[in-house]
Design a protein. Structure first.
Length: 258
């Protein structure tokens, strides 16, 4: 999971405009309107306290608990090496957290599809671990979208360096952009979401998906890891919950003409 904004960031441009002050202003605008100034301020103080707590040497050492995948594959996808600026931006957008490999395999097995028929899309792809793990399956193509250029640059380097005897898909890309502006590919898709956006942002993402399925009927599956805002998917007239656990939910989407 990486940071996503739902603003006016275009793909592959340098996101220099993504400043801490600008991110704070946008966060406050959205949350003060939704929760009220008092509740928004309390939430902000709690998030910043969590940031400071997680910045201690002890907590950083704990974050290295997800580094085994990196040792095995000679890549950098751990959350422990994310810089303080990117971590603070994550407070206002979405904090970076790498997907656990065993759970990812469980989620992919639950899809019960012919992977060769689908394009895999990860919105909020961070350093690209999920893209690398997805390449062990024979997807047509694998795409990641990450807001922070620093994380996206690391992801691109990881894609270049990655080598595995289990790799079955070699068409991978990581692009810098806003999840809420992403145009879905024309092929059937598996959309992976590790809770990458706010509730309002997720509503925009699902709205874009619905419009894409209406304009170009095809199969789609949404794999929602840590489904904090699952109500958005449940309300969609074009999505149906297929299965899930307390850790993830899988929704099937298909227009009436597909």
């Amino acid at each position: 999971m990486g940071a996503e904004a739902c603003g006016n960031v275009r793909y592959d441009e340098c996101v220099g405009e993504l400043t801490l002050l600008g991110s704070l202003r946008e966060w406050w605008k959205q949350n003060a309107a939704r929760l009220g100034p008092g509740a928004a301020l309390r939430g902000l103080c709690g998030d910043l306290w969590g940031f400071l707590r997680d910045s201690t040497p002890e907590q950083r050492r704990r974050r290295y608990g997800d580094v085994e995948y990196d040792w095995d594959h000679r890549v950098d996808t751990t959350s422990a090496t994310v810089g303080w600026r990117e971590r603070l931006l994550g407070v206002f957008h979405s904090p970076y957290q790498a997907t656990e490999p065993v759970l990812f395999q469980e989620m992919l097995a639950a899809l019960r599809i012919d992977f060769a028929e689908f394009v895999f899309v990860d919105l909020g792809s961070g350093k690209g671990r999920t893209l690398l793990m997805a390449s062990d399956y024979p997807f047509q193509k694998i795409m990641g979208v990450e807001l922070l250029p620093e994380l996206n640059q690391i992801a691109q380097e990881n894609l270049r360096k990655y080598s595995s005897p289990n790799q079955k898909c070699h068409t991978l890309e990581s692009i810098c952009g806003d999840a809420c502006e992403f145009e879905f590919p024309a092929e059937p898709i598996v959309l992976y979401l590790f809770n990458p956006v706010s509730e309002s942002g997720l509503a925009r993402v699902i709205g874009n998906l619905e419009r894409s399925l209406t304009a170009n009927p095809r199969k789609a599956l949404v794999l929602y890891h840590n489904p904090e805002h699952e109500v958005i998917l449940a309300r969609s007239p074009q999505l149906r919950r297929a299965c899930g656990t307390h850790q993830y939910a899988i929704y099937e989407g298909q227009s009436e003409r597909a």
